[in-house]
Structure formats: C-alpha cells, structure tokens
Design a protein around this ligand. Structure first.
Ligand SMILES: Nc1ncnc2c1ncn2[C@@H]1O[C@H](COP(=O)(O)OP(=O)(O)OP(=O)(O)O)[C@@H](O)[C@H]1O
Ligand SMILES: [Mg+2]
Length: 400
C-alpha cells in the first residue's frame, strides 16, 4: 500500500454474524459470510456453459438473478519465478493477469453483450478473492456487473466485464492497468518539477484536461445513476481505471483528456430502485476522505446504512479535487477520519493547504465542485444538472 493510499474502513451491510466493527483496513475482520472454497493453486482453467438470461431492455438494467458466466479459456500469466503476474490487490481481492482465448467448442450464449468481436487472444484482468470472506463480496459484485452490463452504452462508462467463474468466485474483466490514482501521482510529480508562477494556479494536469476529466466522469456518473440505476458506493481515484483513447492527437497541449475513465470495483454498489435490495455480500465501503460525511456518521450508528446517489456525487467531487491538487490524501493521515466527518468543508481545507494555489477561491475548480459537496445530501447537485450547468456543450449526455 503506497503512502498516498487513504485508509479504508469496511462495514458489511449484509452481516450474517451480527454487526461488524468499524476497523482500519490493516488487520480488520469483516463479518464472515459462508463461502465456497476455490482452488487458487491452479493457474489454468476454463469455465462452465450457463449464462444469465437478462436481456437489454429500454436502456435500463434488468435485475439478474445469476451472474453472466465466463465461457472461454483462461491462461494465467506467470513471472520469471513462476508466480502469477498481478495487476493489483484490494481489501478483498487479488487481480491477476491472464490471456483469454475462445474454446473451440464455445457455446452460444443467450445473452449477447454489446461488444466487438473477440480477438484470438487478449489480456484480461481476473479478480479473485484474497480471503474467505471475499467470496460472497465478489459474487455480489459479479451480479451487479451483470446487471450494469445489460444496459447499452456500459462499455463507455464501466470496466468491460467478460463474466464470472463460479468455481473460484472470480470476475474476468478487460485489463486496464492505469488507475486514476496512479495518474494523479504522476501528474503531481511532473507539476512539482515544472512549477511556474503561471501554472501553479491550475490543476496539476492543466485546466483544460481537468475539465475534460470532470466532464467525462460526471457523464458516467449520470449514466450509472439514471440508466444503470446503480449507486457505486466507493468512488475514489483508486477505483477509476484509465483506458487510453484510440483517436487522440499526440499534441501535449491538447485540451482533451487522453483517456476514457471507467468506473471499476463495484463491491460496494447498491441498486437505486427501492424495491430491490443489494445482492447478498454487498459491502458499504468507507474510504475517508472520499466517503460523504453523512455516510461516515450514519455507519457508526448503523452498519446497514447504504450509500446514496448524493453520497456518490460527494465522492466524485472529492476525487476531482484530489485530481486538481495532486494530493490523494487531502487531510493529514492522523486526523483523516475526524476531518472527513466535516467533509463539506473539504474545499476550504484544501485551499488553506500546501496545494491550495491549484484551487483558487471562486475559481473554476471551486465553482464546479462546490454544489457537489454541500452538507445536506438532498441539496447536492444532481449529475444531469451538474453536467448541464458546467458543461452545456455536452448537450447529448451519453454520446462520446
Ligand atoms: N480491470 C483491471 N485491470 C487492471 N488492473 C485492475 C483491474 N481491476 C482492478 N485492478 C487493480 O487491482 C486493484 C484492486 O482491485 P479492486 O479495487 O477491484 O479490488 P477490491 O478488493 O474490491 O479493492 P478495495 O480495497 O478498493 O475494495 C485496483 O486498485 C487496481 O489497481
Ligand atoms: Mg478498489
């Protein structure tokens, strides 16, 4: 875990053995959920033939009762010591590198996702449980991804989902090795090296690039809430992956953000519709300072507190604030939890800090983020309005 990684806290919203205690990530013990054992010693495997029966319907998600299954052959990539290569690790999982190649006897799937033809062999990321109580979490995440993936346009907003391997509770996704957190650290490093009295009042990647990133992420959040009808529940720079864009000019002064940001890690996601409950195993993740203050406080009183559309809006605003300043921690580590409970003051706090010049008072960054961090979640700006007010040129929301 890098020194810039914020502390994580997790509380199960589906606790099977009583309420979970709120603990720092290191050494924490989330509630144990009954799980199926999987065989991680295998570095090669292929999966079953059954697939989910949901079909795209009117641009909205269809509730799936079983996850889309992964039907192709998978070959894990090994390093020079014979260990599987890893893309990363999270609290629940290890994400490994593998190649996917269609089996000769590939079965026709009843659900055909809106994807391009499969090349003969390509690299994928396989997310597998890192601990026994991660199995139910990944199963719930696979259900959520199945649901989102049934909505047309998902490939422009979330990580491409290839399917679920039931035997090992693993999720197969397209490989996108660069996270927004890594990108922010790199840009912060460069900006510090090239700091001048002119550019020190701009976001670390420059104002035009920051605004394009903001527009893209707000568009995706709007799509997630109003089309997929899903609350992400754990938006932060570490859970956003950056896919290089194909048709971008190489000009270093280009105003276009060079990547498609994609939401990933739906282990804390919840459906928006009141008639549905989160899949069993769903978690409410807390990563101060990105978690909305009302969720932090409520979780202390009741571990069943789910995230809300307003809490996602808050988390995205703080993510964009971190992207502007280049500082992923935002608050001093020792006071992070305490200060996160007053997260509605995050802009003032950042402005008074070391990187405050990058968010000038009444400047564009503040104007765009202010309505998204209001204390009262009901008063926070709705993503559609957010987009229309600040990026009116994107008159058709979901075109890219
Ligand atoms: N599709 C992908 N391609 C490449 N790397 C990935 C991919 N998905 C995840 N990763 C890497 O693996 C890490 C862990 O993945 P993820 O955040 O989904 O796991 P998690 O156990 O749910 O984490 P958390 O601790 O945030 O709950 C990510 O931070 C990222 O670096
Ligand atoms: Mg994560």
């Amino acid at each position: 875990m890098s020194s810039h990684t914020p502390m994580q806290l997790f509380i199960s919203t589906k606790a099977q053995h009583g309420a979970a205690a709120m603990q720092p990530a290191a050494g924490l013990t989330p509630p144990v959920t009954p799980t199926i054992e999987s065989d991680h010693s295998s570095v090669r495997g292929f999966t079953a033939s059954r697939a989910v029966t949901s079909t795209p319907s009117g641009g909205h998600a269809v509730a799936a009762s079983s996850p889309l299954l992964f039907c192709d052959q998978l070959e894990y990539q090994l390093d020079h010591l014979g260990r599987p290569k890893e893309f990363g690790r999270g609290l629940w999982s290890i994400v490994r590198m593998a190649f996917i190649s269609p089996r000769a006897d590939t079965i026709v799937r009843p659900f055909t996702p809106p994807s391009s033809p499969t090349p003969a062999s390509r690299v994928v990321a396989v997310k597998s449980p890192a601990r026994r109580d991660g199995h139910a979490v990944l199963q719930a995440e696979a259900l959520t991804l199945t649901r989102i993936y049934s909505v047309p346009g998902s490939e422009r907003h979330i990580i491409h989902f290839h399917g679920y391997i039931a035997d090992s509770n693993s999720i197969v996704m397209s490989a996108v090795p660069l996270s927004l957190s890594k990108y922010i650290e790199e840009k912060a490093h460069l900006a510090e090296k090239n700091k001048t009295t002119r550019n020190m009042f701009e976001p670390v990647q420059g104002m035009a690039q920051w605004q394009d990133l903001a527009k893209k992420l707000i568009t995706s959040l709007s799509w997630l809430h109003s089309h997929a009808m899903i609350i992400h529940g754990d938006i932060k720079p570490h859970n956003i992956l950056l896919k290089p864009r194909m048709s971008i000019d190489d000009d270093a002064n280009s105003t276009e953000f060079a990547y498609e940001p994609l939401f990933a890690d739906f282990s804390s996601a919840h459906p928006i519709t009141s008639s549905e409950t989160a899949p069993g195993g769903a978690q409410t993740a807390l990563t101060p300072p990105f978690t909305a203050p009302e969720i932090l406080s409520a979780l202390l009183a009741s571990p069943d507190t789910p995230p809300t559309p307003g809490s996602d809006v808050f988390s995205l605003a703080v993510t964009l604030l971190a992207a502007a300043t280049g500082d992923l921690l935002l608050y001093p580590r020792q006071r992070c939890l305490l200060m996160s409970k007053n997260g509605h003051q995050v802009i003032e706090f950042v402005q008074s800090g070391q990187n405050g010049t990058r968010v000038p008072k009444n400047g564009d960054v503040e104007k765009i983020l202010r309505p998204a961090v209001l204390k009262n979640p009901d008063e926070r700006i709705n993503p559609d309005v957010w987009l229309n007010n600040f990026f009116p040129e994107s008159n058709s929301l979901f075109q890219t």
